[in-house]
Design a protein around this ligand. Structure first.
Ligand SMILES: [Zn+2]
Length: 296
């Protein structure tokens, strides 16, 4: 290194004097807009009057404001609050879209009256398990066929599942084919919704709960109704996409075909998707035949 270069090198690396540092801070804080809790010491150090932490940093002549511990904490809290608010808004929106309605909007496993037959208690445990293992359920496309007489608590149980998953921000739609056919008919005259968009929503939502399957009119004048094809479209789309689906019915799968006239190919799909077939007897518990591939 030449003499000149050495001289330059040495001078340029000389640390700033205390006075120069002080001047840099003084200049900076002369234009600085003081904030709540700011305290400027006689050495032009900006500190917090609460935590005494520095509210500036300095690198040579360069000075800039920064946050002390309580300021960054407050900012973090505000951020969390905002996130919570957003989450709540999203939840309310999801809940509204779920169509769970007044009757079931507060249904939860915790508020269930367990003074019921043993088969109901067992069904509760399995439905809860379905929720708790949602990640597996989603990955494997598992589903439930919950059936039994009127008044055995089928809809209530499926609503508990719906609300549990909604609380985890999982999109759920709780509906039945009567409502679906109403919506489709509405789409004929209402331009704001198209039938294909609606079917797409049914086909793709994370969890679809179809309440009371088998109560719709499936045969008219000896012919299958137009709804049959729609039901097949929805069921088949979910089957193909491996989307978790829950069905509740007063009928067994066999009776869906034999008593209700639902197409066999639709029922075959439902049977394949319903990895758990849970029967509510409404009376005493009795071990049922169920051959299933359920993991819960
Ligand atoms: Zn502070």
């Amino acid at each position: 290194m030449g003499e000149l270069a050495k001289m330059f090198f040495e001078t340029s690396n000389e640390p700033l004097s205390e006075e120069e540092l002080l001047t840099a801070r003084k200049n900076y804080f002369a234009r600085y807009k003081m904030r709540e809790g700011d305290c400027l010491t006689e050495n032009y150090e900006l500190v917090c009057e609460h935590c005494k932490g520095k509210r500036y940093w300095q690198d040579g002549k360069f000075v800039a404001g920064c946050l002390c511990k309580c300021q960054s904490q407050a900012l973090e809290e505000q951020r969390e609050l905002e996130q919570k608010k957003q989450r709540l808004m999203r939840f309310e929106k999801l809940k509204q879209a779920s169509l769970l309605g007044e009757r079931y909007k507060n249904a939860s496993f915790d508020s269930l009256d367990l003074n019921r037959p043993q088969d109901f208690i067992d069904a509760v445990a399995r439905c809860k398990n379905f929720c708790e293992r949602w990640e597996d359920v989603k990955k494997e496309g598992l589903g439930i066929y919950l059936y039994g007489d009127v008044g055995t608590g089928k809809s209530l149980l499926t609503a508990c599942i719906g609300n549990y998953l909604l609380a985890k921000m999982i999109p759920v739609l709780f509906t039945n084919f009567f409502e679906i056919s109403k919506q489709i008919k509405k789409s004929f005259s209402d331009n704001s919704i198209t039938e294909s968009d609606f079917i797409e929503k049914l086909a793709t939502i994370d969890l679809l709960i179809i309440d009371d399957i088998g109560t719709e009119q499936m045969v008219k004048n000896g012919e299958k109704t137009w709804l049959q094809d729609k039901i097949y479209d929805v069921v088949n789309a979910r089957y193909v996409n491996k989307k978790p689906t829950i069905f509740s019915s007063n009928e067994s799968l066999v009776d869906l075909v034999e008593n209700c006239g639902l197409m066999k190919k639709t029922v075959d799909r439902i049977a394949a998707m319903s990895t758990a077939k849970i029967k509510l007897q409404g009376t005493s518990y009795r071990l049922t035949e169920q051959q299933e591939t359920s993991i819960f």
